[in-house]
Ligand binder design. Structure first.
Ligand code: CTP
Length: 421
């Protein structure tokens, strides 16, 4: 078993060689300090599944700040310590940061957590690796692999997470888990749908009205974070449908927008080659999800889930633009352009995905790039003093190009003469 894990940890397809070098440096330093050092959580789960790993969750049985300081001394970089939780962020020295394409690494002290009341953030105390694994969400996330010295590659699996991985089961560690932290409901469904696993029946049974009541007490920000994580996933639609079937959204807020499969499936569509835009996947998810909702519902949800100002502006602009599509139908290209220019491009793209309105596509591909050739300097050279007239004439020139009234610079100059006169 250990040999197998060591083989996986040396596999360059799972951990790029540069990351392996970083891990060896960390492991070497931990060994020299006699400080047991582990990778935990998603790292162990994914490597045992033979999947490439992203996050390196490093924990030490000892003082993570002291450990971080010694890494800085030996390899460089900077440390941001958090004394209250005995954790630190190691801002990697440039050589490491460039090779592993990550600016920093979290260093955590093994700890246990006590939830003073359901849904509250936990109180944390340093503890052993054994206790640290017991505080976690699911058996498949409660494994650690040791890094330092001769222990390299040892698996710690006190809750049989590996067996659950093989059986494809998501299982909580104790019956109060969802009450302690109801965001774990979202996490359970994320793993279930990401890996094609199943919720263990007794775990499923505990997703019930009791923990929904606690979920309702959580801050909007904590819940939105979970929805963000879902929208970042390729299987986001399946996850949302599953959560919806379990009654999570409804219990959380009866006005929660329904999951429209047809729209949300568009989140995975690849923009046509002629669309030179990259749209944030998470933002697109929200825009497609909320497309059917009236402005008031979007507004209320934005408040309840504590949307960031960008997200709030984009979702409200989408709700508004959706209402404008029919009245604007017969607009000329210039009118469309002047209207759409005030709206984030991602919103226009999302609405085009759903409605196929040709004007939206034309705007993204062509119209927004059309500009008059004359500039403010040209107007000045023609004796027009800078002022409000500039703001009228230049858009009129641009509109003439957009609406096909001028086709060449000479046409534009003729129009300019007329406008100035
Ligand atoms: N964890 C937990 N309860 C939570 C959040 C996290 O027990 N509510 C623990 C789990 O052991 C998890 C680890 O903290 O594996 C790291 O959390 P996170 O980075 O959110 O998850 P990953 O396991 O890395 O999974 P993902 O691939 O979704 O990022």
């Amino acid at each position: 078993m250990q040999k197998d894990l060591i083989r996986l940890m040396r596999d360059p397809n799972l951990i790029p060689p540069e990351k392996q070098t970083l891990l060896s440096s960390i492991a070497g330093q931990a060994a020299s300090m006699n400080m047991p050092c582990y990778l935990v959580g998603g790292f162990v789960r994914d490597i045992l599944l033979g999947k490439p790993v992203n996050d390196l969750d490093i924990i030490v049985e000892g003082d993570a700040i002291q450990f971080g300081e010694s890494l800085v001394k030996k390899y460089g970089g900077k440390l941001t310590p958090h004394t209250k939780f005995r954790t630190a962020i190691w801002h990697l020295p440039l050589t490491f940061a460039q090779s592993v394409q990550s600016a920093s690494l979290d260093l955590i002290t093994t700890r246990n957590e006590t939830y003073l009341s359901p849904g509250a953030l936990p109180t944390i105390k340093p503890s052993t690796i054994g206790d640290d694994l017991l505080r976690r969400d699911f058996t498949i996330n409660a494994m650690a692999v040791r890094l330092d010295g001769e222990h390299f590659g040892e698996l710690l699996d006190p809750l049989n997470g590996q067996a659950d991985l093989e059986k494809k089961i998501i299982r909580i560690l104790h019956p109060r888990s969802f009450m302690d932290d109801p965001t774990r409901i979202f996490r359970a469904i994320r793993y279930e749908q990401r890996y094609g696993f199943f919720l263990d029946p007794s775990t499923l049974h505990l997703i019930n009205s009791e923990c929904f009541a606690v979920l309702n007490t959580l801050s909007g920000q904590r819940i939105r974070h979970e929805i963000d994580l879902i929208f970042a996933e390729e299987n986001s639609l399946k996850m949302l449908l599953r959560l919806s079937d379990l009654g999570v959204f409804n219990r959380f807020d009866p006005n929660m927008p329904k999951i429209n499969e047809k729209y949300l499936a568009l989140q995975n569509s690849i923009p046509p080659a002629e669309f030179p835009i990259s749209v944030d996947r998470v933002l697109l998810g929200y825009l497609l999800w909320l497309f059917d909702s009236p402005v008031e519902i979007v507004n209320a949800l934005s408040k309840r889930l504590d949307f960031t100002s960008d997200l709030s502006n984009a979702t409200l602009a989408a709700a508004q633009l959706k209402n404008d599509l029919i009245p604007c139908k017969d607009f000329k290209p210039s009118a469309w352009t002047f209207h759409l220019e005030k709206i984030p491009l991602s919103v226009i793209y999302a609405l085009w995905l759903i409605t196929n309105e040709p004007a939206l596509k034309e705007f993204i591909v062509k119209w927004r790039h059309v500009k008059a050739k004359s500039t403010g300097d040209d107007l000045k050279a023609r004796g027009l003093p800078p002022g409000p007239r500039f703001g009228e004439i230049l858009p009129q020139l641009r509109a003439a190009w957009l609406d096909g009234k001028v086709h060449s610079f000479e046409d534009e100059l003729k129009l300019l003469e007329t406008l100035i006169r």
